[in-house]
Every structure is written in C-alpha cells, then in structure tokens.
Design a protein around this ligand. Structure first.
Ligand code: 4NP
Length: 161
C-alpha cells in the first residue's frame, strides 16, 4: 500500500497545527485508512518545542473525539522532502515556509489549509492562543471541513489547486 504524507504547520505547534493533525488522523481512521497516511505537525517558531498541545486545544479536540498527543517541534527545510504536502494555517506561516523551502518545493507542496475546504479560499485559520474557547472550536470546524479535500488531493485528484 502506498502512503501519502502531510505536515500541518502553524506558529507555535501547540494550538492550530496539532489540532489539524489530530482531526486528520481521526478522519482517515474513520475512513478505515489510517495506515495509508503519514501525518505530522510542526511550528515555524521554537518557543514551545517539546510541549504537548495547549490544554484548551486538547480539551476542545477531546470533546469531538480527537486525541492530541503530539509534542511541538520546529519545522525544517527537510520537511519539504519528507512530506507530499505542507499545509500552512495562515499567511505568516506561508511566508516563513516559503523562505526555508528548498528550490521548487514551495510551489509543489506548500498550500493553505483552508484552500482544501469545499469552495476553498485563501482564508486563514485564526490563531486562538490569546482568545477564548470559541476560537478553538472555530479551528476544529475549519480542520474538519478541510479534511476530506486533503484526502482527495493526496489520492491524486489535484485539479484546481
Ligand atoms: P499556534 O498558536 O501557532 O496555533 O500553535 C500559538 C501558540 C503560541 C504562541 C503563538 C501562537 N506564542 O506566541 O507563544
């Protein structure tokens, strides 16, 4: 069985990208396809390296049946070699990732997460870190809406993105 790989990237790797990772793991497991995907997340910043996801993110995810178990790490240029797809949460993340991507890799592999929502746009996943619980719910909503589009893309239906 061939595997496809995706790495979700935000600033701290403790709120948005671990949530996206956990949701995507849950969705592909629900499809009975967990073994077909390599899934990871990382941050452009290093402040929280080694930490579990933010407690608020873990609680909100758990209420929807997702377990966030990853530890924060900083993204590296090699991630563009290792993963088929690198998904940024916002435009700052995109800019940081473009700056470290090996030649040709950003065009081939770097996208915004929300471009995979139905009718995808260039909208951002807002940083919930300094806000209330509703911000974490909104992140979960966006990650859930994008998940099937990501699966389809990795399955080879890459038209339009
Ligand atoms: P994330 O949220 O990028 O979604 O993980 C943040 C977490 C921590 C910080 C910023 C954003 N921080 O500045 O510590």
């Amino acid at each position: 069985m061939s595997t496809a790989s995706v790495c979700f990237v935000c600033l701290g790797n403790i709120c948005r990208s671990p949530t996206a990772e956990g949701v995507f793991r849950g969705v592909v497991a629900g499809l009975g396809r967990a073994g077909e995907f390599t899934i990871d997340s990382a941050g452009t910043g290093a402040w929280h390296v080694g930490e579990l996801a933010d407690k608020r993110a873990r609680r909100a995810a758990q209420r929807r049946g997702y377990e966030l178990t990853s530890r924060a790490r900083q993204v590296t240029p090699e991630d563009f070699e290792r993963f088929d797809l690198v998904l940024a949460m916002d435009h700052d993340n995109l800019r940081e990732l473009r700056a470290i991507a090996p030649a040709g890799m950003a065009e081939a592999k770097l996208r915004l997460l929300r471009s995979f929502e139905p009718g995808g746009t260039a909208a951002e996943v807002p940083d919930p870190y300094y806000g209330g619980d509703e911000g974490f719910e909104a992140v979960l909503d966006m990650c859930e809406r994008a998940a099937l589009g990501i699966v389809e893309y990795l399955d080879g239906d890459r038209g339009g993105r």
